[in-house]
Design a protein around this ligand. Structure first.
Ligand code: IPM
Ligand code: MG
Length: 357
């Protein structure tokens, strides 16, 4: 029997409701594939601020380092929005990403045929399909660059710095090209090379890395144009390779056009096996604890964990298929509900997926 140590960080808001369901799914899949997951549940985010006065307790980070994978719900909520920058729940995410070296963020966005009507795009556009992967650099750029405040002639100023070195760009580019090799063999590198020097280095470096992947078609788009193209014709994209901040923005746009942000998982990887897995959506504090949240993004994040950290692709496909079957049978949580389907709560949705497994 294989055994894996997984640190679970439910976090805040609906993170607690949805990780609970996803863990049941993991346990069930583990039985089938003769694998035992040893879960340790720890705090980070707002709940850690409340209990320990810091968003990311040292103990949580240390446990994560000793684990085979980290499974995160969501952090944050209005209660903590008034706190200064270093005491924000989001700081826990930065600490985990930086502290665990999770430089490669994979955010797949695909439209489920059966949920097409939930997309805000016109039918003619959505009918061409959306199946793309945003590969976002996650431990560099403006999120981690030098920042500060000061005053010049009595006028206050603040600044943040976008800085990338060649090695940081190369390693994330390799992730994108390798992913493309397993998909439709197309990489779109997104930058702002018409203005930013860091983008010009980005582009030069990506062109160099591309030479090692002659089968992959590479094109370059400016970020503003990409934002347009995503709503004009998202079917043109396979892998989108981009920086931390551009990836943050474009991945939200990509998830929105699928019409189901409650459905989208993500992986943040350090290497070929260690990573942190979490849904793309936030902590939705307004519906927390009310059995209303959609657990499917969390459950699909579990599938990504099986695939990337535990080399259990078959088990991952089982979960994805189970989710599709539940949707095909017409069950929906509130966020994806449309007339004529059956509305269910978080727990019921979790049970339905278990039944299909
Ligand atoms: C995300 C989120 C985070 C980010 C926030 C919560 C700090 O928006 O994971 O995309 O900006 O990276
Ligand atoms: Mg974001």
């Amino acid at each position: 029997m294989n055994e894996y140590k997984v640190t679970v960080i439910p976090g805040d808001g609906i993170g607690v409701d949805i990780t609970r369901e996803a863990i049941k799914v993991l346990e069930k899949v583990g039985e089938k594939y003769n694998t035992k997951f040893n879960f340790t549940t720890l705090k980070a985010g707002g709940c850690a601020l409340d209990e320990f006065g810091v968003p990311l307790p040292q103990e949580t980070l240390e446990e994560c380092k000793k684990s085979d994978a980290v499974f995160l719900g969501a952090v944050g909520g209005p209660k903590w929005d008034v706190l200064p920058g270093n005491k924000r729940p989001e700081k826990a995410l930065m600490g985990l990403r930086g502290g665990l070296g999770l430089y490669a963020n994979l955010r797949p966005a695909k439209v489920y045929n059966i949920l097409k009507s939930a997309s805000p795009l016109k039918e003619a556009i959505i009918d061409k399909g959306i199946d793309l992967l945003v590969v976002r650099e996650l431990t560099g750029g403006i999120y981690f660059g030098e920042r500060g405040r000061g005053a010049e002639e009595d006028v206050n100023y603040a600044y943040d710095t976008e800085k990338y070195n060649v090695n940081e760009i190369k390693r994330i580019a390799h992730v994108a090209f390798k992913a493309a090799m397993k998909r439709k063999k197309k990489v779109t590198s997104v930058d702002k090379a018409n203005i930013l020097e860091s983008s010009r280095l980005w582009r030069e470096t990506v062109v160099e890395v591309a030479k090692e992947y002659p089968e992959v078609e590479l094109n370059h788009l400016y970020v503003d144009n990409t934002a347009m193209q995503l709503v004009r014709d998202p079917s043109q994209f396979d892998v989108i390779l981009t920086s931390n901040i551009f990836g943050d923005i474009l991945s939200d746009e990509a998830s929105m056009i699928t019409g189901s942000i409650g459905m989208l998982p993500s992986a943040s990887l350090r290497n070929d096996s260690f990573g942190m897995y979490e849904p793309i959506h936030g902590s939705a504090p307004d519906i927390a604890g009310k059995d209303l949240a959609n657990p499917l993004a969390q459950i699909l994040s579990a599938a990504m964990m099986l695939e990337y950290s535990f080399n259990m692709s078959e088990a991952a496909r089982d979960i994805e298929n189970a989710v599709e079957k539940v949707l095909e049978k017409g069950y929906r949580t509130g966020d994806i509900y449309t007339e004529g389907t059956t509305k269910v709560g978080t727990k019921k949705m979790g049970e339905l997926v278990l039944e299909e497994l």
